[in-house]
Design a protein around this ligand. Structure first.
Ligand code: NAD
Length: 245
């Protein structure tokens, strides 16, 4: 499938989990992919995997909590590939600390990585995305950006909820500028972010009786950036096995 040929995508947190699967999927559909992460070795391994399959990718050390890192990363992408069409704001960290036990520093760290990162990314990429002519952003929120729930922290849910409404606000602002902005809301996905959490317990709380594989999220993200979603902006795509239904 070459649905994304001649497009350039930057995926954050692309060294692992959903981001890695998304980088592989977008590349398999013809996109040039910037594999952005802090984990240089793992990012290089994803690039090697893409190249071995005949695709085009580069690794980029990008700290999503740092505006200067964003500016340098977008500049490097435009210099390397001549522009930027898709931005997938995916990087994240987990947090399960209950309110009473959390510290202000922990709370602010989760907000920085989960929420501020999306704001920085949108600002840094705005000019390039608008110049693309088919710009599309997918912000990776969570089902816990829609409902509260067992197994997450107030900081994480608050920040993921903010990603949801930030998405809608920017989508409206850019609706006539040729850039679509959507959010995706995964349920439990089998990635390192879950740590040692018992997967079977998470499966039991999910109506479909299982947790997702990262590739199932990657497929939905590929759809959202593609022209198949050409009239979708400001929407929230829920991929949670029925958890919030
Ligand atoms: P993961 O731990 O496999 O991957 C997260 C990646 O983000 C890692 O490679 C990590 O190095 C990177 N990262 C963390 N901080 C960063 C920073 N400051 N700058 C750049 N990169 C950074 O986890 P995942 O499950 O693939 O998570 C991807 C996204 O999906 C996250 O936003 C997460 O909140 C969201 N999500 C995950 C689940 C799930 O159950 N796995 C559910 C809902 C939402």
């Amino acid at each position: 499938m070459n649905r994304l040929e001649n497009r350039t995508a930057l995926v954050t947190g692309a060294a692992s989990g959903i981001g890695r699967a998304t980088a592989l999927r977008l590349a398999s559909e013809g996109a040039r992919v910037v594999v952005a992460d802090l984990q240089d070795d793992k990012a290089a391994a994803v690039v090697a995997e893409i190249e071995a399959a005949g695709g085009t990718a580069v690794a980029l050390n990008l700290n999503v909590t740092d505006e200067a890192s964003w500016a340098a990363g977008i500049r490097a992408t435009v210099e390397r590939f001549g522009g930027l069409d898709f931005l997938v704001n995916n990087a994240g960290i987990g947090d399960t600390v209950p309110l009473e036990q959390s510290t202000t520093d922990e709370y602010l760290k989760v907000v920085a990585v989960t929420q501020n990162s999306v704001y920085f990314g949108l600002k840094a990429a705005a000019e390039a995305l608008k110049a693309s002519g088919h710009g599309a952003v997918v912000n990776v929120s969570s089902m816990f950006g829609i409902v509260g729930g067992f197994g997450t922290s107030p900081a994480y849910a608050a920040a993921k909820g903010a990603v949801r409404t930030l998405t809608k606000s920017v989508a409206l602002g850019w609706a006539t500028e040729g850039v679509r902005v959507n959010s995706i809301h995964p349920g439990f996905v089998d990635t390192p972010i879950l740590g040692e959490t018992d997967r079977s317990m998470l499966a039991q709380t999910t109506p479909m009786g299982r947790i997702a594989q990262p590739e199932e999220l990657a497929a939905a993200i590929a759809f959202l950036v593609s022209d198949d979603a050409s009239f979708m902006t400001g929407s929230e795509l829920v991929v949670d096995g029925g958890y919030t239904a």
